[in-house]
Ligand binder design. Structure first.
Ligand SMILES: Cc1cc2nc3c(=O)[nH]c(=O)nc-3n(C[C@H](O)[C@H](O)[C@H](O)COP(=O)(O)O)c2cc1C
Length: 168
């Protein structure tokens, strides 16, 4: 059977896009399209949709939320997997809360959801973002600093789980 997979992401600073590329490169399908959610026109043709968004101020990025709103009917009918991008310091409880939040936004079958630690480069942030980040880090009681937890290997099992589902 011909399998067509969409890996689509929202991003502000690029780490979720990098993850999308890694995830896509591990998927064994006849066609794997990687696209910013803002560029996705039609998802009816896909057998499987993988959606990734970073958390900003405890919410999925608004581009992801508006994508879901605009494609609600199509998303209802397709199998999906989700990855969320957070800080390294979030507790398991917070991570579960993020998963619940995203799964509540998304209609239809969600095969699995995972959380990955992302990246912050303080030099890249606008003053407003720095201020927001400071508020966020204060709340979780860790010092605000640059970090990078992006590792390609972390995504192999995520892609592998999608491959297993495609074979079934
Ligand atoms: C202003 C700001 C707010 C953030 N808020 C959260 C948050 O509420 N929860 C969280 O887990 N991570 C938060 N993060 C961390 C981001 O999710 C993380 O840096 C992610 O890698 C960013 O993804 P991107 O590079 O694709 O935009 C925040 C980062 C910034 C800069």
């Amino acid at each position: 059977m011909y399998h067509k997979v969409l890996v689509s992401y929202a991003t502000r600073h690029g780490s979720t896009e990098q993850m999308a590329q890694w995830i896509a490169s591990g998927i064994n399908a006849d066609q794997v399209d990687v696209m910013d959610v803002q560029n996705v026109k039609n998802i009816r043709d896909y057998d499987f949709v993988v959606l990734g968004t970073p958390m900003y101020n405890n919410e999925p990025l608004f581009q992801m939320k508006s994508f879901i709103t605009n494609h609600r009917a199509e998303l209802e009918d397709v199998d999906k997997a989700v990855w969320l991008v957070t800080t390294e310091d979030d507790s398991d409880q917070t991570r579960q809360l993020y998963i619940d939040k995203m799964e509540n936004y998304l209609p239809g079958p969600i095969k699995f959801s995972e959380v990955f630690s992302g990246q912050i480069d303080l030099n890249e942030l606008s003053d407003l973002e720095k201020q927001q980040a400071r508020g966020y880090f204060n709340k979780i009681d860790v010092p605000m600093q640059s970090y990078n937890f992006l590792y390609e290997n972390d995504f192999r099992s995520f892609s592998g789980m999608i491959n297993d589902l495609l074979i079934k």
